[in-house]
Ligand binder design. Structure first.
Ligand code: GLN
Ligand code: ZN
Length: 769
């Protein structure tokens, strides 16, 4: 091996591409199919057209090897479930009757059959469908989709590499099927699963694949020795197959750590590693195992999950270091480009100068191609690109958007006291009781009320100039009036204004903070046909004027009961945005926290006695490796406390999170120093209440008694029963009564009935105290 030949061979590739199409054609076709407006044939044709357009775009841009099999009608983990034949029993008949409808039934459920559970794909905002496996699971290879898509690309004359979820990650992402014995571990099915992968790999080779990629991102997480051993065994067995393509085992989202030596030793032909997250540690580890002298190394140097332009010179330096460490070095994004929007060129509202700081999937593709060229032919061959890149990076670094001296001075002056309430929790409760005079088991909601068609129309009318801001304000006020009078009539104790003015709990604030960008077309797949447009934390963050006070104060003017102010917390603002990459996340969180702190203080000054700061994302951005968690939780909880630390002792701070599993962050939740927390609990029969109690959580809590994820109306008796269950874990003085989450996705009829029952339940149980 010589460095020179490794360089000369450098090629450009990606692991996956946004699926939806420039105009979200895929979403429209699939939703049309669900509604019966689009035939299966038309849906397939749309999908094939999009795959073809993507591949041609990639090769047209200079990508040498395109991915196949990354396309999906819903989710690539669900596709893998189909590929290995692990269809849950309850879906077998539907899949046999019509594979496409059966596939969507697994994804979305039907009237009678529950879907697979959905959960987050590592620490991204993409959701996958969780495989359900048990001791009776029988795998059977179904390579049809992988083979067909490979053949489509080959028919276009392209060099294509099928991309599959690897067997170890597939099993590690699975959960025990209903009825599996307690403690069943899907990974024990590895020996049964490997022959299925062997069959699929043989089919892919027969169809013309020179290489196949097996994605094993689960190996970047903390793994037990047994799990690492299983990975070693899997790749020893797959490597030993004779009838197979060359194997590229891909990892991303973090460093491989202790799994690196395992894969380096495995008899596979290539490894793909992430050199954006923890690049230095990854490089050291690679050197420590003596490199990959007989392997192809695909270097993920272009960040596949943020939207910032690459520092090409820095990436070239990394690639140069890697040249000495492998037989051949190729260039890629760190992970599938699924996690970024398609094309910055579609953005018309972002200043051209700022747009040049950003790279979406198309721009990242170009960066990868440039880097591969620079690596193969020397930097002289890309001098124009390097010069333009230097100018863009300099423009970003020197811009007043990036660095606002006032924001920096303020953040630098923050002291520990700013992030501390003037009295500890125990000392505040009496002041709050006296101030608020609430009954025991007080009732409240999580914030949003139904986002009706009229509200969406009002926003569209405002955007398109059919009404003026005053007309819009009028409509929102009318909605607030209705929401307040409904809550008063129903007898809720702590009211909300209903969030009628918010399109989205992050975007609403992003649009009002300086330093944040929002996009028009920056859609990213969240799950299935749901796409979101994460805003971009582009520069130093400040708040030119109050963002919510007007609405909350108006709502308060209509009632004598306390109206709860409603804000999105700093951690969630970061988690659901693209975050700047030129400073630690904690610094960005602190700036957001200071802006929100001003809002909290303004709400208090306007007469708001209860303020809720939502942090549903606190747990989902928990780092993949446990060793990285304390650092994250320190800045995350610190940002929350900085947001809320400036209020009087008798002002009550609430927070809200929407998940039922959080045993591992109870301490962090306590560290938020909020007075009241509301959580999702209805479906798990108040499990969270028991978990909080088990950890000695000392504060007030509202485990949800109304599951807002379905239109079903809980009866008063059912809600009362949940409350009685909650009372076994949390004493009456500290128990609140509320739904699981906001009501924005619900209709009015079920919202009305459910909240009436919730109040009845609270009254009934109060009578039993
Ligand atoms: N206050 C928000 C609402 O009610 C909270 C949403 C959330 O937790 N995701 O809609
Ligand atoms: Zn929620």
């Amino acid at each position: 091996m010589t460095t020179k030949s490794a360089a000369a061979a450098a090629r450009a590739t990606v692991y996956g591409y946004p699926r939806q199409g420039p105009d979200r054609e895929l979403k429209k076709a699939i939703e049309g199919y669900w509604k019966g407006r689009v035939t299966a044939g038309a849906l397939r044709a749309t999908a094939a057209g999009l795959r073809r357009a993507n591949w041609l775009q990639l090769t047209g841009a200079g990508i040498d090897e395109v991915p196949t099999g990354d396309f999906s009608y819903y989710d690539h983990v669900l596709d893998t479930t189909v590929m290995v034949g692990a269809i849950p029993d309850r879906h077998r008949a539907a899949v046999a009757a019509d594979p496409l409808d059966g596939y969507f039934a697994m994804a979305r459920g039907t009237q009678d059959v529950a879907p697979l559970e959905m959960t987050k794909w590592f620490d991204t905002n993409y959701h996958y469908l969780v495989p359900e496996l048990g001791p009776d699971t029988v795998f059977a290879a179904d390579s049809a989709k992988q083979v067909a898509e490979l053949k489509e690309a080959i028919a276009l004359g392209l060099t294509a590499r099928p991309v599959l979820v690897g067997p170890v990650t597939y099993l590690l992402l699975a959960k025990p099927a209903p009825g599996a014995p307690a403690g069943f571990e899907p990974l024990t099915l590895l020996d049964r699963l490997l022959p299925v992968y062997a069959e699929v790999l043989a089919d892919l080779r027969a169809a013309g694949a020179e290489w196949a990629q097996l994605d094993e991102p689960a190996l970047v997480q903390d793994r037990t020795p047994a799990e690492r051993h299983a990975a070693g065994r899997a790749y020893r067995d797959l490597g030993a197959l004779t009838d197979r393509p060359k194997l590229l085992v891909a990892s991303y989202f973090d460093r491989l750590g202790e799994a690196l030596p395992v894969l380096a030793k495995a008899p596979v032909e290539g490894l793909a590693l992430d050199f954006t997250e923890a690049a230095a540690a990854q490089l050291d580890a690679l050197a420590a195992v003596g490199g990959l002298p007989r392997k192809r190394l695909v270097a993920g140097v272009v960040n596949g999950r943020n939207i910032w332009v690459n520092d090409l010179a820095k990436s070239l330096a990394t690639l140069g270091t890697l040249l000495g460490l492998a037989d051949r070095v190729d260039v890629a994004a760190s992970c599938s480009l699924l996690h970024v929007p398609l094309d910055t060129a579609a953005e018309r509202d972002i200043e051209p100068q700022i747009l040049r700081w950003l790279a979406f999937a198309r721009q990242k593709t170009a960066e990868i191609v440039t880097l591969a060229k620079g690596l193969a032919r020397g930097t002289g061959s890309i001098s124009a690109e390097l010069a333009a890149n230097r100018a863009d990076l300099a423009s970003r670094a020197g811009s007043p958007i990036t660095r606002d001296p006032a924001v920096r001075a303020r953040a630098a002056a923050v002291t520990g006291d700013d992030a501390r309430r003037s009295q500890p929790y125990a000392g505040r409760t009496a002041a709050q009781r006296a101030h608020l005079r609430l009954p025991p088991l007080p009732t409240t909601t999580i914030g949003s009320f139904p986002q009706t068609g009229e509200l969406r129309t009002a926003r569209a009318d405002l955007r398109q100039g059919r009404i003026d801001p005053a007309g819009y304000e009028e409509r929102i006020r009318a909605e607030i009036q209705e929401v307040i009078s409904f809550q008063e009539q129903t007898g809720l104790d702590v009211l909300v204004h209903g969030e009628a003015e918010r399109n989205d709990m992050v975007q609403y604030f992003a649009e009002r903070l300086t330093g944040y960008l929002t996009t028009q077309h920056g859609w990213v797949q969240s799950y299935g046909t749901r796409y979101v447009r994460p805003p971009i934390l582009a520069g130093d963050i400040s708040r030119p004027e109050p963002m919510t006070v007007r609405w909350t104060a108006y709502a308060q003017s209509l009632t004598d009961r306390p109206v709860k102010g409603m804000l999105t917390g700093p951690v969630t603002m970061l988690a659901w945005s693209f975050v700047r990459d030129d400073q630690p996340r904690g610094d960005t969180a602190r700036q957001v926290a200071l802006a929100l702190r001003d809002e909290v203080n303004d709400l208090e000054a306007a007469g708001t006695s209860v303020i809720q700061v939502d942090e549903p994302a606190l747990r989902e951005t928990l780092p993949l490796r446990t060793a990285d968690r304390p650092g994250y939780l320190a800045w995350a909880t610190g940002a929350f406390r900085l947001t809320t630390g400036g209020v009087r002792p008798d002002t009550q701070i609430h927070t809200h999170m929407c998940y039922a599993e959080f045993g591992d962050i109870v301490q962090a939740i306590d560290d938020l120093d909020a007075d009241v927390i509301s959580l999702e609990a209805a479906r798990s029969h108040m499990q969270v209440a028991r978990e909080l109690a088990a950890h000695g959580y000392p504060r007030e809590a509202g485990p949800g008694v109304y599951d807002i994820h379905s239109p079903r109306v809980p009866s008063a008796e059912e809600a009362a029963e949940l409350l009685r269950t909650g009372l076994k874990a949390i004493p009456a003085e500290r128990l609140w009564v509320n739904p699981d989450c906001g009501l924005k996705t619900r209709g009015w009829p079920e919202t009305r009935a459910s909240l009436e029952n919730l109040v009845t339940a609270a009254r009934t149980v109060r009578g039993e105290l």
